[in-house]
Structures are given as C-alpha cells and as structure tokens.
Design a protein around this ligand. Structure first.
Ligand SMILES: *[C@@H]1O[C@H](CO)[C@@H](O)[C@H](O)[C@H]1NC(C)=O
Length: 297
C-alpha cells in the first residue's frame, strides 16, 4: 500500500499551483518534505494534558502557523486513524499547527470508557481548544467528532474560525435510538444496554449503555437553530450506512452561518478514508485557510 502514500498521487502540486492563490502563499506551499512511510509516522512521542479532577488526555501537537487545525475523532476512534494522520501530513507540508488527541477512555488517554458520555467528550474537546491550542483554530470533526465540533464552535466562538465535518453525526446515536420501534427501545431501557450492530467493531456490535443515550439527548442540536457563525464545510458519503447523508443537510440548514457548503460523494461510505475522500478533505481545509487569510485571521 506504500504507493498510495506517494505525495504526487495526492496532487499536492495541484494545490500549490491553483490560480486563486496569492504569490506569497504559493511560495510558502512547497511540496511536503514529510516522511510518507508508515513506519516514520510512529516516531514522535505522545504528550499528556493533565486536568484537575478530569482524566489526562493524550495528544500530539505539531507547532506551526495560524490558524491551527484540530482533528476531533469519531466514536471510539483514536488519534492514529487514517484521516487524522493524513491531515497531519497536510498541515506539516503547509507549516500549519496541528493537534490530534484521544478522548477520555479511548486510546492512550486516561478514564474509564464505561463512564464516558457525550458531555464528557465535549469537555475534552474544549480542554484541547482552551489548554493546548493557541490562536484561531479550524476544527475537523469526523462522525461523532463532527457533532462535538459544532458544540465547540458554539462554546468558543472567538477561537473556532471554521469547521470541517466528515460524515457529521450530529445527534447521531440519539436519532438512531429513537428510530427504533418503541418495543425495542423499551427492551433496551430495561436491559440498560443497546447492542448496536457495526461492521467497524471487532465484536460485530457496539455495546452502548442506555444511560449514554439519555445523557446524549441533552446535547442534541438539530431541534433548533445552531448559533455557529463561522464558515462550515460538510463532507458526506452517500453510501454512508451509519449516519445518513441527510444529516449533513440538516446541519447545514440549522447553523446560522451564511457560509456553509455541503459536499456529497456518491460512492463514499461512513469512514471517507479512500484516497479521493482524503484529497477532498485536505483541499477543503486548504481552501478554508485561504479564505480565512483573506478575511484577516
Ligand atoms: C498512536 O501512535 C503513537 C505513536 O505515534 C503511540 O504512542 C500511541 O500508542 C498510538 N495510539 C493508539 C491508540 O494506537
């Protein structure tokens, strides 16, 4: 698979030669010198954010220019996923600051997964923004991370300057739960646990506590206007069988920002980790960086 990581195949050359870009920007954006072999990605060590009374968070930070980019992973995903690493290589090539992290209870962060809630993970994202990131930030949220990025943009409007959602799972598990027949919902309530089939889980399903769903209901956003005013880009695969692509349209409709684009990819699935998906993701970030620089961020 090494060939898939050869930079020219991803078209970085095309990124730096697009006509819209200013001269100084194109000079600043040379082809990446980063190491593209998988083995090289394991080199740098983890950092930890210690928080009083809250689990320590594992993270990796790449220093660089503003705006910084923060990757917010999906449900049970960690900082070493395909998209998180690809965005890091992209940020490295542009010299922009980049942070990826593990939620509490996931990866190398502390905390007990069984006690984790959407509210706690939301707090994790705010800790990363408040205590690790410096200056304006573009948030890239994947799936559940897309839901949390919306919360972060509402809570930190000064610091969050743009959002990129990948298969944004706003209200995700809650919507899925309420789509179940009432008898099934009742059964799950009695059992206290929901076995949600998933091809992405080793067991073949995720065990989700009923209490997790109940807590998550407090963080639902799609029932009223979402006070996010920054540029928002929502990428979604039409073959997504976890979070229907209509969810991204719903988010677009709900955010009050006038600058919202939804990009649907007909043949992409929930993970959006094929080469063309990743290319679209980094182009989208690149465009936002350009846009923000002309806006004076
Ligand atoms: C992610 O990669 C780092 C090395 O770059 C490693 O220390 C860490 O344990 C990895 N995390 C997971 C969850 O695999």
């Amino acid at each position: 698979m090494a060939a898939a990581w050869v930079p020219w195949r991803w078209g970085w050359g095309a990124v730096s030669s697009r006509p819209l870009r200013g001269l100084s920007a194109s000079l600043a954006r040379k082809a990446p010198r980063a190491c593209w072999l998988p083995a090289c990605r394991q080199k740098t060590s983890l950092s930890f954010l210690n928080r009083p009374d809250l689990p320590s968070l594992a993270y990796k930070k790449l220093k660089g220019k503003s705006p910084g980019i923060i990757f917010i992973p999906g449900y049970l995903s960690h900082m070493n996923g395909t998209k998180a690493l690809a965005v890091e290589e992209f940020c490295k090539s542009l010299g922009h600051s980049y942070i990826r992290f593990d939620y509490s209870g996931v990866g190398d962060s502390d905390g007990n997964l069984k006690e984790c809630t959407v509210g706690k993970w939301r707090k994790d994202v705010l800790s990363v923004i408040d205590d690790i990131a410096e200056g304006p930030q573009i948030l890239v949220g994947s799936s559940l991370g897309g839901w949390l990025m919306l919360h972060a943009a509402v809570a930190r409007p000064q610091k969050v300057v743009a959002l990129v959602g990948v298969a944004t799972a706003a209200d995700g598990l809650v919507t899925q739960f309420h789509a179940l027949p009432v008898e099934v919902q009742k059964e799950i309530e009695l059992k206290g646990e929901w076995s949600l089939p998933s091809e992405y889980s080793e067991e073949g399903f995720y065990r989700i506590q009923y209490s997790f769903i109940k807590e998550a209901e407090h963080h639902c956003l799609l029932h009223s206007p979402i006070p996010v005013t920054c540029p928002v880009r929502l990428l979604h695969g039409m073959k997504d069988d976890i979070i229907p692509w209509h969810t991204s349209l719903h988010v677009a409709d709900r955010v009050v920002s006038p600058d919202v684009d939804v990009i649907l990819r007909k043949h992409s699935d929930h993970r959006m980790k094929e080469k063309a998906d990743i290319q679209l993701l980094v182009y989208t970030i690149d465009d936002l960086i350009d846009k923000l620089s002309t806006l004076g961020h």
